[in-house]
Design a protein around this ligand. Structure first.
Ligand code: UDP
Length: 332
């Protein structure tokens, strides 16, 4: 099966390409390198021992999308490409709506034209919004999103539902990720945030490597196990494998799955585990809560297990070890 992976050189995309190749899918990558480096291609080729065709195209250009489909006999698309920075999306909403929505619609229109009907969408637990629950299950539906990035995910989910309702020959899988962290165990690929990171794990990495002085922990007065925020951290390799399972096993129709560990871990627990596993001290201070943060949420990951036979295999220790291994190997 020939799979087009958009955003295939990004953090989750690159790990997914590796797992697809390991499972003998033929992979074609589209990535405009907006938020990824071309050298990632060599690294995934090194890990897999395979070569990949890369289209450095902006998928907002429908002509370019058509060209990819004309050149290749594509059977399925995994769509990662999109802007993903929460804070930036608040400042530049039009840029986010325009890029994320147009890209998705272009691909779907071209798929329709070329009669390709298998689509996997990279969505996020952020679509549950603040719904009063801590454990998110797929049957809850979407809540109110709190930033334009999250809203683009919710809107694309809705577009996919409407598309499927109009033509149920589509096979659409929506994967809602919890907090993807970690890196490939080879130390060759991992997360490369631009500038000062906003997310917790990349920030911890910068403190561990001495590039930033201390971690700010946003609040320790939440009603959680130790007062700090609780999230469901998922190793990116487990997440990548979830995409392979979705391609192989998702039933026909439109299906939504949480991809998470099913377990909440607090910010302090993550910091403590990182220190223990890597024997490095992380300086931190407790500061004000960050606007828009929820106290606690994690996945109910039962559906993916029952229907796809997928569950996470890696531990929080693996996450901390692999993240640091990547950071050490890629110190600049
Ligand atoms: N967090 C923190 N300090 C940071 C970044 C994040 O204390 O520098 C906390 C944040 O308040 C939340 C958790 O870590 O409770 C995960 O935040 P992240 O931005 O990584 O992901 P989110 O869950 O917001 O998508």
């Amino acid at each position: 099966m020939k799979v087009l992976v958009t955003g295939g050189l990004g953090f989750i995309g690159s790990h997914t390409v590796v797992e697809l190749a390991k499972s003998n899918f033929e992979v074609i990558i589209a990535d405009n390198l907006y938020n990824a480096k071309e050298e990632v291609l060599e690294k995934i080729e090194k890990i897999t021992g395979k070569k990949f065709k890369l289209y450095k195209y902006d998928l907002c250009d429908k002509e370019k999308v058509e060209e990819i489909f004309r050149d290749n006999n594509i059977d399925a698309v995994i769509h990662f490409a999109g802007y993903k920075a929460v804070g930036e999306s608040v400042k530049k909403p039009l840029m986010y709506y325009s890029n994320n929505l147009i890209t998705a619609i272009n691909i779907l229109e071209v798929m329709e034209k070329f009669n390709v009907r298998k689509f996997i969408f990279s969505s996020s637990a952020t679509v549950y919004g603040d719904n009063g629950h801590t454990k998110y299950v797929e049957s809850m539906g979407r809540g109110k999103t709190t930033n334009p990035y999250g809203t683009t995910k919710a809107m694309i989910e809705k577009i996919l539902e409407d598309l499927y309702a109009s033509d149920n020959s589509w096979n659409i899988t929506i994967l809602r990720y919890f907090n993807p962290v970690g890196a490939h165990e080879s130390g060759l690929i991992g997360e490369e945030p631009n500038g000062i990171p906003n997310n917790l794990m990349p920030y911890i990495m910068k403190v561990a490597s001495g590039k930033l002085e201390k971690l700010n922990i946003f609040g320790n007065d939440y009603p959680t196990v130790d007062g700090t925020g609780v999230r469901d951290f998922i190793h990116v390799v487990d997440l990548a494998k979830g995409h392979v399972k979705a391609l192989e096993k998702a039933p026909n129709g439109l299906n939504i799955y949480n991809l998470g560990s099913g377990k909440g871990v607090s910010v302090l627990e993550l910091v403590n585990t990182f220190e223990k596993v890597n024997n490095i001290k992380i300086n931190y201070q407790i500061v004000e809560r960050r606007a828009g943060d929820l106290a606690e949420y994690y996945s109910d990951a039962t559906k993916a297990y029952v229907e796809l036979g997928w569950k996470t295999e890696k531990t929080v220790e693996d996450i901390c070890r692999d993240s640091w291994n990547y950071e050490k190997n890629n110190k600049k």
